[in-house]
Design a protein around this ligand. Structure first.
Ligand code: C2E
Ligand code: MG
Ligand code: MG
Ligand code: MG
Length: 285
């Protein structure tokens, strides 16, 4: 009867939904312990200039759950945001990125700029800017060695409040990028009012380069607009030589994607830094 029809689409769907809800609760509880139990790691993905020179690295949070294995940040960041744990989590991320910068300096490595993702909830916290600046001062990390990546989601807040925060960060010498540019359904007017340094073209556009004339047009338009506004442009999620070539042709400044390297643990990233230029590796995925 019904039980034997367990493979019926509806039944499986319901079970999956229930499983998801339970999993989110479970994640929320376990995430509280993740910091203390040293289950968090930062991976680093190189960002290269047109000639392949590593100019920056994006720090990407990884959680190794003792039972579930690696849980994707796309899954646990929203849980952390929802529960407010994001504040504690991001404190750890900022400290860990500073420790990494200092460990590179101790090895006499050339230190690329480290780019950190900041969620809207975190940025909107009243203390965000002063607490960020005092955290990096504590580690004696120079502001020029850091960049923040913010998404258009935070633009839902009162622009004048955000404007002051952007100004304070830029005054302190922190570079600020808009991440996933072009996907946030926001008006472009913020580009006129916020003190920014960089736009990161969303992967969804990059993926369609060469497959859709419209995507091609959007990508080249973003590059032209950014340059007219004196902003740097990074393309994210570059996977193929054809995408790279198109981006070079339209004048994109830097690139990030599996074509050069996946995000890797700190030790492997330090290895990568021994190469002055990264070669794009055809079909390495
Ligand atoms: P994001 O900031 O847009 O990061 C880029 C994502 O694209 C990363 O996924 C990266 O692994 C992936 N990626 C890079 N190159 C390629 C490529 O060539 N192909 C494909 N298919 N993917 C590529 P990841 O690490 O899973 O992170 C997902 C999102 O989670 C990030 O998107 C960011 O929004 C968030 N996140 C990660 N770490 C943090 C963190 O420390 N704090 C906050 N607040 N959010 C974070
Ligand atoms: Mg990012
Ligand atoms: Mg992105
Ligand atoms: Mg994203």
């Amino acid at each position: 009867a019904a039980k034997e029809n367990g493979r019926d689409g509806c039944v499986v769907y319901t079970a999956e939904l229930e499983q998801r809800t339970n999993q989110n609760l479970l994640l929320q509880n376990d995430l509280r312990n993740a910091i203390n139990q040293q289950q968090l790691m930062l991976y680093y993905q190189p960002i290269v200039q047109r000639d392949g020179k590593i100019v920056a690295a994006e720090a990407l949070l990884r959680w190794y759950h003792p039972k579930l294995g690696f849980v994707s940040p796309a899954e646990f960041i929203p849980v952390a945001e929802h529960s407010g744990l994001i504040i504690e989590l991001s404190r750890w991320v900022i400290a860990e990125a500073c420790r990494f910068i200092n460990s590179l300096a101790a090895k006499n490595c050339v230190i690329p700029r480290i780019s950190i993702n900041i969620s809207a909830r975190q940025f909107n916290h009243i203390d965000f800017v002063p607490s960020f600046l005092s955290a990096i001062a504590e580690f004696q990390v120079a502001p020029a060695q850091l960049q923040l990546e913010l998404t258009e989601h935070l633009l839902l807040t009162d622009l004048s409040v955000i404007q002051d925060k952007f100004e304070a960060l830029r005054q302190a010498g922190i570079a600020v990028a808009i991440d996933d540019f072009g996907t946030g359904y926001s008006s472009l007017s913020y580009l006129q009012h916020l003190s920014l340094t960089q736009l990161k073209i969303d992967q969804s556009f990059v993926k369609q380069i060469g497959c859709s004339h419209k995507a091609d047009a959007i990508v080249s338009t973003i590059v032209n607009m950014a340059h007219a506004l004196e902003l740097q442009v990074v393309a994210e999620g570059v996977e193929t030589p054809e995408q790279r070539q198109f981006l070079l042709n339209v004048g994109c400044d830097s690139f990030q994607g599996f074509l050069w390297s996946k995000p890797v643990p700190a030790a492997s990233f330090t290895e990568l830094l021994t190469q002055e230029f990264l070669q794009p590796e055809h079909g390495n995925q």
